[in-house]
Design a protein around this ligand. Structure first.
Ligand code: HEM
Length: 340
């Protein structure tokens, strides 16, 4: 990761970059674009699913999510360059956790080479954008950062950040989708209610001759509760690190300045004192409840709160909608949880 990565920087620059990216990822403009593209990619992908063929859901979801992500970040459409970027990104990721040996042929070396190639491709895109008129409203994150007047937002910072944004985003949503499918397979009641809610929306929209908008997907309350419960049980990011900048005392425990603390979400999200039958997948527990509490932090919190949280929820809603309305989904298990 580069020195100017959003994951590494602090202070006012992090606040600025985080604010710009977060506002764009939450914008109605991006959500409409994502909805249109995601519907198309999901339908294309699912139309290839044939009876009797094994489907690797996470891999299929990964390809869709990567295409959506790269378009939202740098404006690239699916095609040859997207394919190259995907290959290079996989090589780069493989070296993130590897022996620190930078000899030619080593995993780390190959990873760094892949990152260089990605940077070159993204910098070319930035140059092209710099030579054309600024786009208003911005269509991707590069547009947003280029339109800002802060002179710390150099081409190097922008290209590094595009790659570093792919790291938290690329895998998390496919894992969320895969876990949702798994938990639903284990819970026929939830699957049935999810199907009913989504079929109802599909029918009412088709009667009106309208296509589904992002607001339609987000208005599906039970679908949102299924996603919330999957985030709680799945703990896709198991926790976050924080460094104490000064001595801090929490509930009688001193954390000396300079110490690192790991806030472990799993121990909170699976705490029986906070969640009745915490190991049971029970989307109904969220009915009418506020998800913005300290006991539920799958997207972290504070000034580093995940800027992609709305996008993750929207992508999951679209995927689940097409999964349960396009296929007969057979649940194999009987859930023994008490939902009363
Ligand atoms: C299920 C999906 C996702 C989960 C569970 C998730 C979770 C998280 C968590 C726990 C953090 C750390 C927050 C903290 O330190 O307090 C984080 C940070 C971040 N996430 Fe996500 N994320 C998801 C999807 C996404 C997506 C789709 C994007 C972008 C398109 C994204 C971009 C980021 C970025 C840039 C940060 C760093 C923010 C900063 O340090 O200022 N994430 N995410």
């Amino acid at each position: 990761m580069g020195k100017s990565s959003i994951l590494m920087i602090n202070g006012s620059l992090q606040k600025r970059v985080h604010g710009l990216i977060g506002a764009f990822l939450k914008s109605g403009h991006l959500k409409s674009q994502v909805t249109k593209d995601m519907q198309r990619y999901v339908q294309e992908t699912m139309s290839n699913w044939k009876d009797g063929h094994l489907i690797h859901l996470q891999d299929e979801a990964k390809l869709i999510v990567f295409q959506i992500l790269v378009k939202g970040l740098i404006g690239l459409e699916p095609g040859e360059e997207m394919q190259i970027l995907k290959q290079q990104f996989q090589e780069f990721i493989a070296g993130l956790m590897s022996l620190p040996v930078k000899l030619p042929g080593s995993r780390l070396y190959r990873s760094l080479q892949a990152k260089k190639k990605m940077v070159m491709l993204i910098q070319r895109t930035i140059q092209e954008k710099r030579m054309s008129e600024p786009r208003c409203p911005p269509r991707d994150v590069v547009d947003v950062l280029l339109n800002d007047s802060n002179d710390q937002l150099t081409d190097d910072l922008i290209s590094d950040n595009m790659i570093d944004l792919m790291i938290p985003a690329e895998d998390s949503v496919p894992v969320l989708l895969t876990l949702a499918a798994k938990y639903l397979s284990d819970c026929p009641l939830a699957l049935q209610q999810l199907e009913e809610e989504n079929m109802q929306l599909k029918k009412s929209k088709s009667l009106l001759g309208e296509t589904l908008q992002w607001t339609d997907y987000m208005s599906l309350s039970f679908t949102q509760d299924v996603i919330t419960e999957t985030l709680r049980m799945g703990n896709i990011i198991s926790g976050i690190m924080r460094k104490a900048m000064k001595d801090v005392e929490i509930k009688g425990h001193l954390i000396p300045k300079g110490w690192c603390v790991f806030a472990y979400f799993r121990s909170v999200h699976l705490d029986d004192d906070l969640y009745e039958e915490a190991y049971c997948f029970n989307p109904w527990r969220w009915k009418g409840k506020d998800t913005g509490t300290c006991g539920f932090t799958p997207f972290g919190g504070g000034r580093r709160l995940c800027p992609g949280l709305d996008l993750a929820r929207l992508e999951a809603s679209i995927f689940l909608h097409h999964l349960v309305t396009g296929f007969t989904y057979v649940s194999a298990a009987i859930n023994t949880c008490n939902f009363s």
